[in-house]
Design a protein around this ligand. Structure first.
Ligand SMILES: O=P(O)(O)O[C@H]1O[C@H](CO)[C@@H](O[C@H]2O[C@H](CO)[C@@H](O)[C@H](O)[C@H]2O)[C@H](O)[C@H]1O
Length: 680
């Protein structure tokens, strides 16, 4: 099969169409192929092992029947596979297939006139209407003969068998029976020519492993892992913390940069521009005489220690994610080795980096388009990522990707994933929405979001709906971080423990991807006054914490992650549906798995201080039930079960007990969806 589309380019700008061009145009039109992004310019996202649905609209003149299929193969050179498209009515067609592994694949939609299906349809109608059909029966015999002549092997034998059965009987009814038999249609489908066959463009699909869509991220600074303010933490100390992180149900353990830290313009405590003896500096100021992005900060340990940590994490079901932050401290070896990768000012200095209004006085940026940087810098950065993949890391949180060129990311991600398809890139982009979506299009598996700043019911509902709609739903997977070392949300600064539970419930139930930075589980929120920054931020100093401090929400986080693992409906942000609860402080929604068997209802009070009550609607219509029907509910936080009678129910949420409810709903007598193990 050739890779070329059957579609001929049409010069739509000339204003006229030559007759030869018109005759050459496909008779069948293929429209609205999905999933696609920007007409195939970028790959849509899919998950390995998950059924993928391809849809298209096929339009042709007249009443004849069409045949159609999806053809697909793994790139660059897998075998072509095909799967039939089935008509849904109204010219809409649908097919399903399961991409078996993480890879890039290409698919196209093919359609043709199905001569025998058209014939059989007409014969059936005329036979049912009782009109004379002997000529039609003869036509059928001729169609079979014509195909039998060009068929080979088993296909030829099958058609000869059909012809023998047809000729063996004089009975018109029996002859019609043979012509309309499903095996006759099958035999013809194997050999028939496909007149007017047309194929869509080839569309790319990025197939990723499950962790790209469903994962819980935990962030910590390894240098704080010693549990002793006087001693710099090490990778070996982090190993000690792994069991408690795994027990909370996290899948990914993410570290801010672990490379040597520069000394020039090093930042002191609380972002001070001066340091005192012993200040460790911001780990984002990457590079010193000891090495750059490929090196380890010596106080954390050796490569052997790091590999031991990666292995120990895997044993606990955790994968390590690293920060990929492209900036350099002024002490980074690249400044001496490759001065041409930076843009120097007339006085011999380099402008420090910024993300307005934030100033990063301790780092400088590379210049991707400097004459000396193309392609050496691009290749060096690719090699940095590949080097860490070879150390066992396949998740990268990318710092500020929106301040680096899009073509660079498109190339780097495709290059790395071409070698290591398991690699996942998380974009730390808080910027214009179009740029955030574009980063998803060029290859980022997932992205930070505006979730952190959506607090009211209307804001949250609108945002979750937006993420569920195309085109965002096809290129952008949101990772709902509840806090980060950079973001100490205003809401949490005054909400108390209930507020932390509210944000944890929103994140874990709203998206398949969520994350938290350590300290969240003990409701840490002391701010730099008036700012969304943490006081005594770990970005500039070691922080020792008692992770079992009174009031912690460790048990609740573990239960939320357990609920996610057991309920497929909660393993993606897709499938969100807001329902009615008559109270502006209660966000009430449902999530239902693609196979419809797992249906979860979530009610979250957004008020951390007062009890809230509401009448609310059970979505009985979605279960095909009457308004007075009974349904069974199960509280997934405590296991209680009950029967609801009717559509309108009442709830009361007391934040000092638990500010949310998570209920599995099912029709009495239906077998409950089995608890699903979390696939990775
Ligand atoms: O710019 P963002 O808000 O996306 O934040 C990310 O990038 C920052 C620069 O890498 C990083 O800032 C931290 O490191 C800087 C360099 O050492 C330092 O000057 C800043 O004070 C410090 O906050 C931020 O942490 C990261 O998430």
């Amino acid at each position: 099969m050739s890779l070329e589309s059957y579609r001929k380019p049409v010069d739509t700008l000339s204003g006229s169409l030559r007759i030869e061009e018109a005759i050459d145009l496909p008779r069948i039109a293929i429209e609205a192929v999905s999933p696609t992004v920007e007409g195939g310019r970028f790959a849509a996202k899919a998950i390995a092992g998950r059924t993928l649905t391809v849809r298209a609209v096929l339009i042709a003149d007249g009443h004849d029947k069409l045949g159609a299929r999806v053809v697909w193969r793994e790139l660059p050179a897998g075998d072509w596979q095909h799967v039939p498209l089935k008509p849904l009515g109204n010219d809409r067609w649908e097919a399903h297939f399961v991409p078996p592994r993480a890879c890039r694949l290409a698919f196209a939609v093919e359609a043709w006139w199905d001569v025998y299906a058209s014939y059989a349809d007409e014969l059936k109608k005329k036979y049912a209407a009782g009109v004379p059909i002997s000529l039609e029966v003869h036509e059928g015999e001729l169609l079979l003969e014509k195909s039998a002549k060009v068929a080979h092997g088993e296909h030829a034998a099958a058609l000869q068998g059909v012809l023998t059965r047809l000729r063996d009987t004089e009975s018109l009814d029996r002859r019609v029976g043979v012509l309309l038999a499903p095996e006759t249609a099958r035999a013809m489908a194997q050999v028939e020519a496909h007149p007017h066959r047309v194929r869509s463009a080839l569309y790319p699909l990025e197939v990723e492993r499950r962790l790209a869509e469903f994962a819980s991220w935990y962030e910590l600074f390894p240098r704080s892992a010693s549990n002793d303010e006087q001693r710099h933490g090490t990778f070996r100390d982090v190993i000690e913390r792994l069991p408690e992180i795994a027990e909370m149900g996290f899948d990914v353990l993410y570290f801010p940069p672990i490379h040597p830290i520069g000394r020039t313009h090093r930042k002191g405590r609380n972002n001070a521009l001066t340091t005192v003896e012993g200040d460790p500096g911001s780990p984002y100021a990457i590079g010193s005489e000891e090495g750059g992005h490929e090196a380890l900060h010596a106080e954390l340990g050796s490569f052997e220690d790091f590999r031991a940590l990666v292995a120990a994490a895997r044993e606990q079901g955790l994968e390590i994610a690293l920060d990929f932050a492209i900036q350099c401290s002024p002490d980074h070896p690249w400044l001496k080795q490759h001065p041409g990768w930076f843009s120097w000012r007339p006085d011999g200095s380099i402008r420090h980096a910024e993300n307005p209004p934030k100033k990063y006085e301790d780092i400088v940026n590379v210049d991707f388009y400097a004459a000396d940087a193309m392609p050496e810098l691009w290749l060096a950065l690719r090699d940095v990522v590949v080097g860490w993949v070879e150390q066992g890391v396949s998740l990268f949180r990318v710092d500020n990707p929106h301040t680096k060129p899009l073509p660079f990311w498109e190339w780097l991600i495709a290059d790395v994933r071409g070698r290591y398809p398991q690699t996942i890139f998380l974009a730390e982009a808080f910027t214009r929405p179009a740029m955030m979506a574009r980063l998803g299009k060029v290859g980022f598996s997932q992205s930070y979001t505006y979730f952190t700043w959506r607090n009211s019911k209307a804001e949250l509902q609108e945002y979750l709906e937006e993420l569920n709609e195309a085109p965002l739903s096809e290129c952008y997977r949101p990772n709902f971080f509840v806090n980060t070392p950079d973001i100490n949300p205003y809401f949490l600064q005054t909400s108390g423990r209930a507020g932390f539970l509210i944000r944890a419930a929103l994140a874990t139930m709203g998206s398949g991807l969520w994350g938290m930075y350590s300290g969240f589980e003990i409701c840490e929120a002391a701010p730099v006054p008036g700012k969304e920054e943490y006081l005594d931020s770990e970005k500039y100093q070691l922080r020792i914490r008692d992770y079992r401090a009174p009031g912690n929400i460790v048990a609740e986080i573990a239960q939320l992650n357990r609920i996610r693992r057991q309920n497929p409906a909660l393993q993606t942000h897709l499938g969100f549906q807001a329902y009615t609860a008559w109270n502006e402080h209660i966000l009430y929604f449902g999530k239902r798995s693609a196979d419809r068997s797992n249906f979860i209802l979530v009610a979250i009070s957004l008020d951390p201080h007062n009890a809230q009550e509401a009448h609310f609607e059970l979505p009985l219509w979605e279960l095909g039930l009457a308004d007075d029907a009974a349904t069974e509910g199960e509280d997934l936080m405590n296991g209680h079960t009950w029967t609801w009678y009717g559509k309108v129910q009442w709830m009361r949420i007391e934040p000092w007990v638990l500010p949310f409810g998570i209920w599995r709903i099912r029709v009495p007598g239906d077998v409950a969806a089995p608890a699903a193990p979390a696939a990775k």
